[in-house]
Design a protein around this ligand. Structure first.
Ligand code: PHE
Length: 448
């Protein structure tokens, strides 16, 4: 464990460790479960292009903004906004911590399903191409009351186990093993999918945009997806940046993390969509695409049990390193701002998240728990995608662009170096990102 110039705050052991942890946060259910089904329902290539534009224009700049705030202050999101801005700014940080609870509460539920599906693959329950049987396996699992709650508890416990270990011995060590494993699995799976007979049609669907499917809702979905996928707008990267030493260049590390996250989403598209088309299934199934449609593909594919198991293991690993970062936001906040130690903070926060996850889990069939006319789980997803994350990203861009301005440019570079594109970065944070995000946010909420 390295300490250093911050009164003993722990630091990432190496640049590679930091990048793996940040990529671990970014690459998650959002990329492998969310991205392919969103692209599948929103015009394929058209969604891909919008998503890539949002990542390049807003995503990279705000990732750098968050990491820079974290490293400048070596504090949790609320502390960082307070130290650098004062006034009402810490509210943005508090909102981030709250968002951490909201996202983690539904994240553990979906991640819990992946545990069941690894088992289902091996036990042969899914070895049928019959859509009705596969649908009833899925709805049977998620609607069964106690089982998915127990799985969410198991997943929450594993996440807490990593976070209790701390930055170096917990998160960094786990990420350095799990992330390379994830990339390997994903490449094998994507190669398998694109070489299936009939894959070409899926590849075409994914790469050639169908603009007729694009509506205002598609644009909002692509922005929400970009933020969620990059773990942006709730201080996860402020938190991870707060453990980063001064020798690392933030612009280049951020570019690598964004590049890895985007590549995983695109690879996941190449893994899922060609396979769905090759077996004549519908890419627009929505959230059930991974859990209902893909098992039908695996049932027909040579060595499908093996590939199916690998797929759900991949989802599980990706979800774990992301959940770790969500929990770490809350834990860093509690450790910095209250008297709780890491262990107590981790256990307490995990318990609260788990309890908040129970209505999400039950709302999938066991009980009719609805908010805003949708299931509790959908409402949590909606709240974070369409409101909390874009709002957090908007304020972060304004804060770093206007309030920190030149100071941020100096702080983003590695010690003793300068960041040549600082002017362009500030321009995006000041004008392009806030206007673009505000526009999409307002449209998404149906205000205009
Ligand atoms: N980026 C993660 C994913 O794609 C989710 C996440 C969001 C993690 C926000 C941390 C913070 O699944």
């Amino acid at each position: 464990m390295q300490t250093g110039d911050n009164g003993g705050r722990e630091q990432w052991g190496s640049r590679f460790g930091f990048i793996m942890a940040a990529a671990g946060s970014a690459v998650g259910l959002g990329n492998i479960w969310g991205f392919p089904f969103q692209a599948g329902s929103n015009g394929g290539g058209a969604f891909l292009i919008l998503y890539l534009i949002f990542i390049a224009v807003f995503g990279l700049s705000v990732v750098m903004a968050e990491m820079t705030m974290g490293r400048m202050t070596r504090l949790n999101p609320a502390g960082a906004f307070r130290k650098l801005g004062g006034g009402g700014w810490p509210l943005v940080g508090y909102m981030g911590v709250f968002t951490g609870f909201v996202i983690l509460s539904f994240y553990i539920v979906i991640a819990g399903w992946t545990i069941a599906y690894m088992w289902f693959m091996l036990s042969g329950v899914l070895a049928t191409p019959d859509a009705e049987a596969l649908t009833s396996t899925f709805t049977g699992l998620i609607g069964s009351g106690a089982n998915p709650i127990v799985l969410a508890a198991i997943f929450m416990t594993l996440t807490a186990g990593v976070v209790i270990g701390g930055i170096g011995r917990g998160i960094e060590r786990a990420s350095k093993v799990l992330m390379p494993l994830l990339f390997l699995l994903l490449i094998v799976m994507a190669l398998r999918a694109v070489t299936l007979d009939g894959a070409a049609e899926g590849i075409r669907f994914f790469l050639v945009p169908d603009w007729s499917k694009v509506t205002g809702a598609t644009v909002t979905a692509a922005l929400g997806q970009a933020f969620f996928s990059l773990s942006l707008g709730m201080g996860a990267l402020i938190t991870y940046g707060s453990y980063l030493n001064k020798q690392v260049s933030i612009p280049s590390s951020a570019a690598i993390v964004v590049g890895l996250d985007t590549s995983v989403a695109v690879l996941a598209g190449f893994m899922v969509l060609p396979a769905v088309f090759a077996y004549g299934l519908n890419p627009g199934e929505g959230p059930g695409l991974s859990f209902i449609t893909l098992p039908a593909v695996f049932a027909e594919m040579p060595a499908g049990t093996l590939f199916g198991f690998m797929f759900f293991a991949l989802l599980f690993v990706a979800a774990l390193t992301s959940a770790v970062s969500l929990l770490e936001v809350v834990v860093t906040f509690l450790v910095d701002e209250t008297k709780f130690g890491r262990k107590a903070a981790t256990i307490g926060a995990s318990l609260v998240c788990f309890l908040l996850g129970i209505p999400s889990s039950l709302s999938q069939g066991a009980a009719a728990i609805n908010v805003f006319g949708m299931s509790f789980l959908d409402a949590m997803v909606w709240l974070s995608f369409n409101l909390l994350l874009p709002l957090g990203g908007l304020f972060t861009a304004l804060f770093v662009g206007w309030k920190l301005a030149q100071r941020a440019v100096e702080a983003a570079a590695a010690e003793g170096r300068t960041f040549a594109l600082g002017g362009a970065w500030l321009f995006v944070l000041r004008f392009i990102a806030p206007i673009g995000i505000a526009w999409v946010l307002i449209k998404g909420l149906g205000i205009l």
